[in-house]
Design a binder for this molecule. Structure first.
Ligand SMILES: Cc1cc2nc3c(=O)[nH]c(=O)nc-3n(C[C@H](O)[C@H](O)[C@H](O)COP(=O)(O)O)c2cc1C
Length: 302
C-alpha cells in the first residue's frame, strides 16, 4: 500500500526509505524540522545524522490493533523536546468516549491538561512521579457515578428522538423495554440514600436471588465499581489509540486524588479514575522488559 513519492529539493534534503520518500527542510532547530510529506503509512522512526543533528521522524499512520497493544508500554520518561499535537491527543480522547460503557450511561469525564502551570501542579499531586513530571500533556479520567440520572435521561431522550413522535401505544416490545430500562430500572438500581438504600436493595436482591438469577450489585460501593470499570475501559481505548499513532502514555493511580479534584475544580461526586501521562518515549522511559504471568496460568478454557 506504500506510495512512492519524490519531492523536489529546494532547501533541505530528501530521504528514501524502503517504501516511501520524504523531503525535509530544517531551520537549524531540532524542534522545527518540517516534513513536506505527510504519509498515511505505518509509523516509521528514522534516525540518521545530518550536520550532527539526530532527527526522529514520525510519520503518522495507525498501527493495527495488535501492533498498538504490543507497542503500548507504561512510559515514565518522555522526550523533553518533542511536543504532542493537542488535536491528535483530543482525537484519542474521542476514541476513549467510544468505549463500551455499562448501560451506556457514560459515567465519565475527561480532563485534557496542556497548560504548563497546571501540569506542574498535577506533578505534585501525582506525588512527583516521573510519568507526570516528564509528561507533555495529561489526561485525567474521571468517574461520575453521580451523573447517573442525567445520563439516563439523555439515553431516554435519545431513544424517544429515534421514535419520531410515535405514540406510546405503538411502541414495540423492544422500544418499551429500552425506555423502561432508563426510566425505571436504572433509577431503581442507582437511587441511593446515605448508602442505606443500597444495602436494603442488596439484602432484598440476595433473598430473591435464592430463587432466581438476579442482579446483585446495588450497594453504593458496587455502583462506584460499575462507574470505574467503564472509565477504565475508556482509559484503555485512549492508551491504545495513542499507541496506534506512536504516542506514549503511563496510567497512574498513585496520586493525591483530593488535590487533583481541587486543581480541576471537580465537584464532590466526581472520582479520579486515573491520570494518564502522555509524551513520546525516551530511550530510558521504559524501565524494563514487559513481564506477564504465563498465559497458561490466567487462561481457562471452559
Ligand atoms: C490502574 C493502573 C494504575 C497504575 N498506576 C501507576 C502509577 O501510579 N505509577 C506508575 O509508574 N505506573 C502505574 N501503572 C502502570 C503499571 O505499573 C504498568 O501498567 C504495569 O507495570 C505493566 O507494564 P506495562 O504497562 O508497560 O505493560 C498503573 C497501571 C494501571 C492499569
Amino acid at each position: 500500500m506504500h506510495k512512492k513519492s519524490l519531492y523536489r529539493l529546494d532547501t533541505g534534503f530528501s530521504i528514501t526509505t524502503k517504501s516511501v520518500s520524504f523531503h525535509f527542510w530544517n531551520n537549524n532547530d531540532i524542534d522545527n524540522i518540517s516534513c513536506v510529506f505527510y504519509h498515511r503509512s505505518r509509523l516509521h522512526k528514522i534516525f540518521f545524522k545530518s550536520n550532527q543533528l539526530h532527527i526522529n521522524i514520525f510519520v503518522s499512520m495507525e498501527k493495527t490493533v495488535t501492533e498498538a497493544i504490543n507497542y503500548r508500554r507504561s512510559v515514565r520518561i518522555f522526550k523533553e523536546h518533542i511536543e504532542l499535537d493537542t488535536e491528535k491527543v483530543k482525537d484519542c480522547i474521542k476514541n476513549a468516549t467510544l468505549a463500551a460503557t455499562s448501560s451506556n450511561l457514560q459515567l465519565w469525564e475527561f480532563y485534557h491538561i496542556t497548560d504548563k502551570a497546571i501540569l506542574n501542579k498535577m506533578t505534585k499531586a501525582c506525588l512527583g512521579q516521573n510519568a507526570a513530571k516528564y509528561s507533555k500533556q495529561l489526561l485525567v479520567v474521571v468517574a461520575r457515578k453521580d451523573l447517573w440520572s442525567k445520563r439516563a435521561k439523555a439515553n431516554a431522550a435519545y431513544l424517544k428522538s429515534t421514535l419520531n413522535g410515535k405514540p406510546k401505544t405503538e411502541y414495540t416490545k423492544r422500544e418499551k423495554f429500552a425506555l423502561s430500562y432508563y426510566e425505571k430500572l436504572i433509577p431503581t438500581v442507582y437511587t441511593e440514600f446515605l448508602g442505606i438504600l443500597g444495602w436494603l436493595k442488596y439484602l432484598v436482591f440476595q433473598v430473591v436471588g435464592l430463587f432466581k438469577p438476579i442482579y446483585r450489585q446495588t450497594r453504593n460501593s458496587d455502583m462506584r465499581i460499575v462507574a470505574h470499570k467503564s472509565a477504565g475501559l475508556a482509559a484503555q481505548n485512549f492508551m491504545i489509540s495513542m499507541a496506534a499513532i506512536g504516542y506514549d502514555t503511563c496510567p497512574m493511580e498513585g496520586s493525591d486524588t483530593l488535590r487533583i479534584k481541587k486543581i480541576l475544580k471537580l465537584s464532590r461526586g466526581a472520582e479520579i479514575n486515573m491520570v494518564i501521562g502522555c509524551g513520546i518515549r525516551d530511550e530510558k522511559g521504559i524501565y524494563g522488559e514487559r513481564f506477564r504471568i504465563p498465559f497458561k496460568d490466567v487462561y481457562f478454557k471452559v
